[in-house]
Write a protein that binds this ligand. Structure first.
Ligand SMILES: Cc1cc2nc3c(=O)[nH]c(=O)nc-3n(C[C@H](O)[C@H](O)[C@H](O)COP(=O)(O)O)c2cc1C
Length: 170
């Protein structure tokens, strides 16, 4: 898929079908994570892949805003090191790359950030020096993804030229 098309059509999907995701696609998604650039190339991130149903259920129970992850085919807990002030930027980039790599193969996904920190750390053995910054769940969408336009602000409300507030010259 063309990179722009991939960005333009990707939605965050929270209802997944039971269709399996091949090992090849899973490894491409993880390769996309590995290949993502991090601040100062520190690569401080670590990824915990959750595939077993009972662990996906536990992940959903430990979340405060991602209960839907119990229905995902698999999920990835993205751990980053808060010692690096840019660690959340790195987390956002790596998740977006994984989501776009997945969508290129028709695999949908969504992310969440709300977790019960103590429970999640204990259930998944997360070390003290790393933060569970983002969790992303993957699966084929249960519903046809609509081609409707995304609910996004128009460019002229978002983009200025030369100085903040300047619209594009007519
Ligand atoms: C930083 C960030 C945090 C998010 N946290 C959650 C979350 O906790 N739970 C959730 O279900 N979706 C979460 N989302 C997904 C957003 O709700 C979604 O990206 C947005 O509604 C646009 O969806 P669309 O691309 O399908 O239009 C998060 C997205 C981002 C970028």
């Amino acid at each position: 898929m063309d990179a722009f098309e991939c960005i333009a059509t990707k939605r965050d999907v929270r209802e997944f079908s039971l269709q399996n995701i091949s090992a090849e696609i899973k490894s491409k998604i993880l390769e996309a994570a590995r290949l993502t650039g991090s601040g100062l190339n520190t690569q401080h991130w670590r990824f915990v892949v959750i595939e077993e149903k009972n662990y996906l259920k536990k992940l959903a129970e430990d979340s405060t805003s991602g209960g839907w992850v119990s229905g995902a085919n698999f999920a990835v807990i993205v751990l980053t090191n808060p010692r690096h002030k840019f660690h959340m930027i790195d987390a956002g980039r790596v998740v977006q790359d994984m989501q776009l790599a997945a969508w290129n193969y028709g695999v949908a996904s969504c992310l969440f950030t709300g977790v019960q920190d103590k429970k999640l750390r204990s259930d998944f053995g997360i070390p003290k020096d790393l933060n569970p910054t983002i969790i992303v769940g993957f699966g084929f969408s249960a519903k046809q993804i609509s081609g409707k336009r995304k609910n996004r602000m128009p460019l002229d409300e978002l983009v200025y030229y030369e100085k903040y507030g300047n619209p594009k010259e007519a």
